[in-house]
Ligand binder design. Structure first.
Ligand SMILES: [Zn+2]
Length: 273
């Protein structure tokens, strides 16, 4: 049935192209092939927490009920600010989860989302992460052994390169290609001393500078970029429908505006395609 909770769109990269799926609890469909077709989303008014499966009036931390958002490790502040990871203090909300998700190798990367930005991610998530943020280019620049170290490295680099995506700019078009490997070399020069200090603090075996990686390019299925970026919201309109003009990041483009699918994770919707 085409009814269920919305999930973040599963993505993958195929020969340089971002491929998207639209996913509900028990329904999944390839989205790229629906470009140019009409899609209708009807929000039923229900939001169901993916952790405790209870109804919630509002969603917190990407789709959870309030009590779960206060209990789960994946909703903790250190997920947004990895340099605040407190696993080593023994205070992780869910040490088993932390062991599997944070105490594992991470990449620090540069990406091009409308300008260059620095970010961090678990190793296996690298491509997913770039597509989720609508990056047209990405380059891993350091490999480190924990989320905490990646946060500390990102903090140093973010003094010179933004760690934020300007999503409005990202949605306006395809940015010019950047020479990310040149940017990496410049950054290694400019923050060399601070990065070397981190390498001594955490040990050489835990911080690897990646000097020879290649830049990955990503193109998105877009017929037409929005002229004006208006955000569509199920909190304001229960029915959102129109011709699918494009997909980038976790956004769908419609003639009347853009819909951030991720923002409405856990909202129960019906889909007509
Ligand atoms: Zn819950």
């Amino acid at each position: 049935m085409n009814k269920g909770r919305l999930w973040k769109m599963p993505v993958k990269l195929d020969e340089g192209k971002a491929l998207y799926k639209l996913k509900l609890d028990h329904f999944e469909t390839e989205l790229n092939q629906l470009l140019g077709n009409k899609i209708k989303f009807s929000f039923t008014g229900e939001i169901i927490c993916p952790s405790c499966q209870k109804k919630t009036k509002k969603s917190y931390s990407g789709g959870f009920c309030f009590p779960c958002s206060q209990k789960l490790a994946c909703c903790d502040i250190c997920i947004v600010k990895p340099e605040m990871c407190h696993f080593s203090k023994g205070t992780c909300r869910e040490p088993d989860w932390g062991e599997k998700n944070c105490m594992i190798p991470h990449y620090v990367y540069l990406s091009n989302t409308s300008a260059v930005k620095v970010g961090i991610t678990r190793q296996k998530q690298l491509i997913t992460r770039w597509i989720d943020q609508g990056a047209t280019q990405g380059l891993p620049i350091l490999e480190v052994q924990t989320r905490y170290i990646s946060g500390r490295v990102e903090k140093v680099i973010s003094e010179l390169v933004s760690d934020k995506t300007n999503w409005r700019e990202m949605l306006k078009g395809t940015p010019n290609d950047l020479d990310l490997s040149h940017q990496r070399d410049t950054l290694f020069d400019s923050c060399g001393e601070e990065l070397d200090e981190l390498e001594s603090e955490f040990g050489e075996e835990n911080v690897t500078f990646l000097e020879n990686e290649l830049t990955t390019s990503i193109s998105y299925p877009v017929l037409e970029y929005p002229k004006k970026v208006a955000s569509l919201s199920f909190d304001k309109t229960s029915v959102i429908e129109g011709e699918l003009l494009g997909i980038k990041g976790q956004y769908l483009f419609f003639p009347q505006g853009v819909l951030n699918i991720r923002k409405f994770t856990s909202y129960v919707v019906e889909i007509d395609i």
